[in-house]
Design a protein around this ligand. Sequence first.
Ligand SMILES: Cc1ncc(COP(=O)(O)O)c(C=O)c1O
Length: 485
Amino acid sequence: MNTKYIDLINQTFDFPQSEFTIEGGQLFFHDIDLKKLVETYGTPLKFTYLPQISNNINRAKNWFNQAIIKHHYKGTYNYCYCTKSSHFKHVLDEALKNDIHIETSSAFDIDIVESLKKEGKIENDTYVICNGFKREQYIANIARLINSGHQNCIPIIDNYEEIDLLSNEIEGNFNIGIRIASEEEPKFEFYTSRLGIGYKNIVPFYNKQIKNNSKVQLKILHFFINTGIRDNAYYWNELLKCLKVYTSLKKICPSLDSLNIGGGFPIKNSLAFDFDYGYMIDEIVNQIKLACEEESVDVPNIFTEFGSFTVGESGGAIYKVLYQKQQNDREKWNMINSSFITTLPDTWAINKRFVMLPINRWNSTYERVLLGGLTCDSDDYYNSEQHINAIYLPKYDKNKPLYVGFFNTGAYQETVGGYGGLQHCLIPAPKHILIERDESGNIITRIFRGQQKSEDLLNILGYKKDTSTDNNNVETINDLQLANN
Ligand SMILES: Cc1ncc(COP(=O)(O)O)c(C=O)c1O
């Protein structure tokens, strides 16, 4: 009888797969003995398999190179890593081994870039594409980087004020991009992304604020589709709309020479995952070329900013099943020794699915279960809503420990989950004020904790930050003054 867990997987999927193999009833990931990892370090644990970062970067570069050769495409391809998906130093150190560029999303990202420049890992000709809504500190940091000679730092204009704000701080001329606010998929609650400038407003914006402005040169048109790069009518329609804007703008703006198609490359989220990356890239390059030929303009250099694709498939989390609670005839809760909400927040916040597999006991019989986390929150669970099918795992046996692995979790989970005090996009946690009343009823305020500083976050991420240029300290001093009043 084929009743073992391994039989179930063999019957349901193409298995083994390039990264997942079984030896002696135990799971190996890229030939790494995960049971041994668990025995050495205990659970719960998270790991990062660094070589996968370089593997994926080079896979994407090869697909683009093949498409460029096939279509006799005259532009170049530039791989940028979207740092917000994982800012850790070990991740950037690995990614930067592969002659890539960087995309940033907020002020402290620039401190990371400067730290990496000091170590010689980022050069002056590395593109630093600055996306995101730019507040004072981000503007100041971008200006500092450009003023220090980093001409390939290119702020992508996200709203109308940013050109003036940047011009006030940057000493010489500088290059910019413009982000198109893409239109969301019809099922979304809103029509147009809040990020960037609407399609119809791009050319008027160029004519009004850029064309006769000798300080700025428009180099890049940028767009990012929230739902990612997918072979569906919505994606191709948005790409074509964007290409129309590119060709119209190119005709009146000779300095424009690059198109940034953003991030959003999918990663493997189940053993049944099937995405033809090579075909998608081939078709994107083809469509860009056709659109430019039709309008008789030169093809752009292509930029991408893959976050999940760069780092997602390097990460994993392993938990132990602590106990099984049978709550009724049908529902067996396998309780893990950690929390989904805190360690894999996307499973809870956006119903994200990850590859989930037992680490050991593949030769045991299996059962259908629900997986529960340790917090007291009823949403702290992982079940078939996220998982493509019901969850099956080797049968719980209190005398035979069972370990469960979640794979390809390397992007976003640490910052969104607040690892060590991190924040999504490194937007610092605000100051926290305590308000009390004295015996006469007068209000007294004091600071419980000031706003997080760049060095707080960079330390958690593994960087040593030079604080000599840090304007954030000014804010702390103001805070203290307020406290004394
Ligand atoms: C502007 C921009 N570029 C790139 C990315 C990276 O997306 P992904 O991690 O899906 O590749 C994001 C993600 O939100 C983004 O907003």
